[in-house]
Design a protein around this ligand. Structure first.
Ligand code: GDD
Ligand code: MN
Length: 407
């Protein structure tokens, strides 16, 4: 597919925003990237681009970009926007043909963005453009996230009927019950008008469902300071809304997904499954080192049984330490650099392994003598138990997290 220079190539793969913008074309870093997701906004897009560019040219001259992310609209919204790129040098247009949906459109736009601050606004003029300047100011004042809200002072809806109002509030209430720590952080969690610091969501794997991208940012990002700015949700003048009952169902499923993620994440943190698996694999590799060294020492060097046993066991300990330090606990050891620190970890690891061997002997004899279980069954039981013990003690002592220097 040939992409004209004025079109942005849609990113593919994981929905993850990089720490630093991925620059292909030589361009200096900019402050702000505003994404406008569109689907059949052909009758709005021209005015949207003119108004937003005008405001941003005034507030952040040449320090912003406006990114239209269109899902290959049948009314050719993308084409109308593309024709304006000559007149508006900070305008970029992405035409997505392989993916659909509001939330992923926003994330794809941010992935291609160059800015340090990432924003989103609807492409139908229902979000009053002037509020943008207040949102930018809020981030400049230190907020990680600035949200346009219908439910704080200065906010509201034009003239929504009783039913729509009730549905919107009901959805919010349900959200509060299912996911209080996320939904409760802002007065208008349904807002699609906000901006966030790149650093607050960089490298977080997003997995949005449906319309509510703000839930994703709050639920998966590292958002500390939030500021809300009131705005009045305008009536649509042109085109039509894409919201159907389906968005309500997806909203509920999205809440459930974020909730279970939180629970599984906490379990994972507590038990460190992945780390334990790596520890077990390293231990397994040690068995082979031990056996090979034992064989070499006995057969080629003619050492006695006792010496060969001790030496080969020590070699296995060294092998295990190196792999554990590099891989199993690599994230922790990188925070404690220096030879001295590493040697300290090695001494602790060694001591714990030695205690582990003694513990193993105790368990084998206990299981064998007291419960009368065959020693070849008692031994693997002991190995498993001691591996758990070794892992926990090493995690708490050798690679203790409290030593980690904060960046
Ligand atoms: N690229 C893309 N793909 N854009 C889409 C899609 C899609 O599948 N669906 C909708 N959009 C675009 C629309 O063209 C519009 O610019 C914007 O997303 C919002 O869609 P609407 O259908 O107009 O939604 P709404 O007016 O009911 O609700 C909006 O405002 C709410 C209140 O702030 C949404 O932005 C909500 O997220 C927001 O909460
Ligand atoms: Mn709308």
């Amino acid at each position: 597919m040939i992409v004209p220079p004025s079109l942005l190539l849609p990113p593919s793969g994981e929905l993850k925003i990089p720490h630093a913008p991925e620059t292909e074309r030589p361009s200096k870093p900019i402050y702000f990237s505003l994404v406008v997701p569109t689907y059949n906004e052909g009758r709005n897009i021209e005015q949207v681009i003119r108004v937003l560019s005008g405001l941003l040219d005034y507030a952040l001259p040449n320090d912003y970009e406006l990114i239209i992310v269109d899902d290959d609209s049948p009314d050719r919204t993308w084409e109308i926007a593309q024709q304006m790129t000559g007149e508006y040098p900070n305008l970029r247009v992405m035409r997505r043909q392989d993916e659909r949906g509001l939330s992923t459109a926003v994330i794809r736009g941010w992935q291609a963005a160059q800015g340090q601050v990432l924003g989103v606004i609807d492409g139908d003029l229902q979000h009053p453009p002037e509020v943008l300047l207040k949102l930018v100011q809020a981030v400049k004042n230190g907020a990680d996230l600035a949200v346009g809200s219908r439910h704080v002072e200065g906010g509201g809806t034009s003239d929504w009927g009783f039913i729509r109002r009730t549905l919107s509030r009901g959805a919010q209430l349900l959200g509060l019950m299912i996911l209080p720590n996320v939904v409760g952080r802002v007065s208008d969690p349904m807002s699609g008008y906000f901006m966030v610091r790149r650093s607050a969501i960089a490298e977080c794997l997003m997995s949005p469902l449906g319309y509510k991208i703000l839930l994703e940012v709050l639920g998966r990002g590292r958002v500390d300071r939030v500021t809300e700015v009131g705005y009045v949700f305008q009536e649509r003048q042109e085109g039509e809304s894409k919201v159907t009952w389906r968005q309500y169902v997806e909203y509920l499923m999205h809440l459930g997904k974020l909730r279970s993620r939180g629970r599984i994440g906490r379990l994972r943190e507590k038990f460190q499954f992945g780390r334990f698996l790596r520890f077990g694999l390293v231990g397994f590799s040690g068995v082979f080192v031990d056996m090979a060294a034992f064989y070499l020492l006995r057969v080629h060097f003619g050492l006695g049984i006792a010496r060969s046993t001790i030496l080969s066991a020590e070699l296995a300990v060294v092998n295990n330490f190196l792999w554990n330090d590099l891989w199993t606990f690599g994230d922790i050891s990188r925070g404690q650099p220096g030879k001295r620190q590493r040697f300290k970890r090695f001494l602790k690891f060694n001591t714990i392994c030695l205690m582990g061997i003694i513990l193993q002997a105790l368990i084998v004899s206990l299981v064998h003598d007291v419960f009368g279980i065959n020693e070849f069954i008692a031994k693997p039981i002991a190995i498993v138990l001691v591996t758990f013990w070794n892992f926990w003690i090493n995690l708490k002592l050798s690679w203790r997290v409290t030593d980690v220097r904060r960046k």
